[in-house]
Write a protein that binds this ligand. Structure first.
Ligand code: EPZ
Length: 425
């Protein structure tokens, strides 16, 4: 099967030096849409999602669901889902392309009483284990075994039962797995050390609208009282805070003035404070922010943390900003073990960065120079685009199928803000 993700050999060309001006509207969040789409496996009628970003990853999740027998219609960002899964076996060819496929394990167990899901591989940023997802299923009463690269799950005739789930470490995906699976389990589930990401809050908002009984979302303790079934529901996917943060940095790094619309400012609170500490002017409105900068950024150290701390998904983009800072800064990556692959590419653009385990030290330079660079993962591709926006000359960015996983219409959005950017073979 052709890769639904690695489906382009196009490149992006950017001629740096343009200050970005104007306004941009942020798309729905990939990391909210993916768990929400998995809900279609347990809401068997009248489930509709709007503001779904058209991305390689959401298209892949749709294919995965269609493969399992869910009928879908996707028009203008709105997906109608109908029917329950007709089988419990997810295709290896699809699961291997996207780690978030693991989110279908719990809902398949709930709706089918069994599941056969390929072990998702690791990816560039880390080994990405799924032991916490498996722990969740076992705590809720499922039997899980591994056979030739598959996770084989089955539910006893008595069904799934609510349980205490104490996470030894915070995991966004495993928290989502617990919520997706416990919503229809018998009795109460109490999740401790839960992830607090806004995408989890969005998932719970949708579930409660469909008749679930969940409290504590957005805190580290979530209480779920299982219900018998879920009703039809329409839900609008929350705006993508990582895309918004990426555009905020694009405005700062080009010393532009950009209005970023369709944003929930509180979901970016920590990051916006950091951006202000680098000297950017940040104006916050009800569902938009305005970012402008008039000088080189000031150096400001960050350590990535689970929400509400500095998001790991903005680490690479922030590093590009710090590569032009008026002094030295340090970035510590605490979430993933290998999330500095963008460093050698930024160095090719003239950045001065040294890495020691989880710490990157960035010595600000006066300017970056255009170069041919290769994206290694989704957020690294955005980091290189940000470099291209300010580098002297025309940069060429390869491997942009990574970009298509998580940024909708990024070239149009940036050129509408005045960037000299195009994509072609
Ligand atoms: C989600 O990944 C996001 N993906 C990631 O965004 C994001 O970087 C990450 O959360 C952290 O915020 C989606 O939501 C689809 P984790 P997830 O489970 O759920 C370890 C992007 O760029 N871990 O919170 O996979 C894991 O190795 C992507 O949009 C286990 O040890 O992240 C990591 O070190 C990249 N065992 C840490 O926990 C497990 O069973 C946090 O991972 C699961 C995770």
């Amino acid at each position: 099967m052709d890769d639904l993700v690695k489906n382009t050999n196009e490149r992006i060309f950017i001629t740096g030096g343009k200050k970005l001006h104007g306004s941009v509207t942020i798309s729905g969040a990939k990391n909210a849409a993916l768990p929400l789409m998995a809900l279609s496996l347990i809401i068997n009628k009248g489930f509709t999602l709007s503001n779904v970003p058209n991305l390689a990853d959401t298209r892949l999740m749709l294919k995965l669901l269609n493969d399992l027998g869910i009928q879908t219609k996707w028009e203008n960002g709105k997906i109608d889902f109908n029917g329950l899964p007709l089988n419990d076996h997810a295709s290896y060819d699809l699961v291997r392309q996207m780690r978030a496929s693991i989110l279908i394990l719990g809902p398949l167990l709930v709706s089918q009483g069994s599941a056969k899901v390929p072990l998702p591989g690791g990816c560039a940023i880390g080994s990405r284990p799924i032991d916490l997802h498996v722990m969740v299923m076992e705590r809720l009463g499922a039997n899980i075994k591994f056979e030739s690269g598959y996770i084989i799950g089955s539910v006893p005739s008595s069904g799934l039962k609510g349980a205490k789930i104490d996470f030894p470490k915070i995991s966004v995906g495993a928290t989502e797995s617990a919520i997706l699976t416990a919503a229809l389990a018998k009795g109460q589930t109490v999740i401790s050390n839960a992830a607090q990401e806004p995408e989890i809050v969005d998932l719970v908002n949708c579930l409660n609208k469909a008749g679930a009984d969940i409290m504590g979302e957005g805190t580290n303790k979530i209480i779920i009282n299982g219900v018998k079934s879920l009703n039809k529901v329409h839900h609008e996917v929350v705006a993508d805070r990582i895309e918004a943060g990426s555009f905020a940095i694009a405005s700062s790094i080009t010393m532009g003035d950009v209005e970023i619309k369709n944003v929930i400012p509180k979901n970016l609170q920590f990051f916006l404070k950091v951006l202000e500490n680098t000297g950017s002017k940040v104006e916050v409105f009800k569902n938009s922010i305005n970012i402008c900068a008039f000088r080189k950024p000031l150096p400001y150290d960050v350590t990535t943390q689970e929400h509400p701390g500095f998001p790991t998904d903005l680490q690479a983009q922030y590093m590009t900003l710090m590569s032009l800072a008026d002094g030295n800064s340090q970035i510590t990556e605490n979430i993933f073990e290998n999330r500095f692959m963008h460093v050698p590419e930024l160095i090719r653009m003239g950045a001065k960065i040294s890495v020691n385990k989880q710490k990157a030290t960035i010595k600000g330079v006066d300017y970056l120079k255009a170069a041919k660079v290769m994206a290694s993962d989704l957020r690294a591709s955005m980091c290189l685009i940000l470099g291209g926006l300010v580098a002297l000359g025309t940069s060429e960015i390869d491997g942009i199928y990574h970009l298509d996983r998580g940024y909708e219409n990024i070239v149009d959005k940036l050129s509408n803000l005045g960037a000299d950017i195009r994509r072609s073979r």
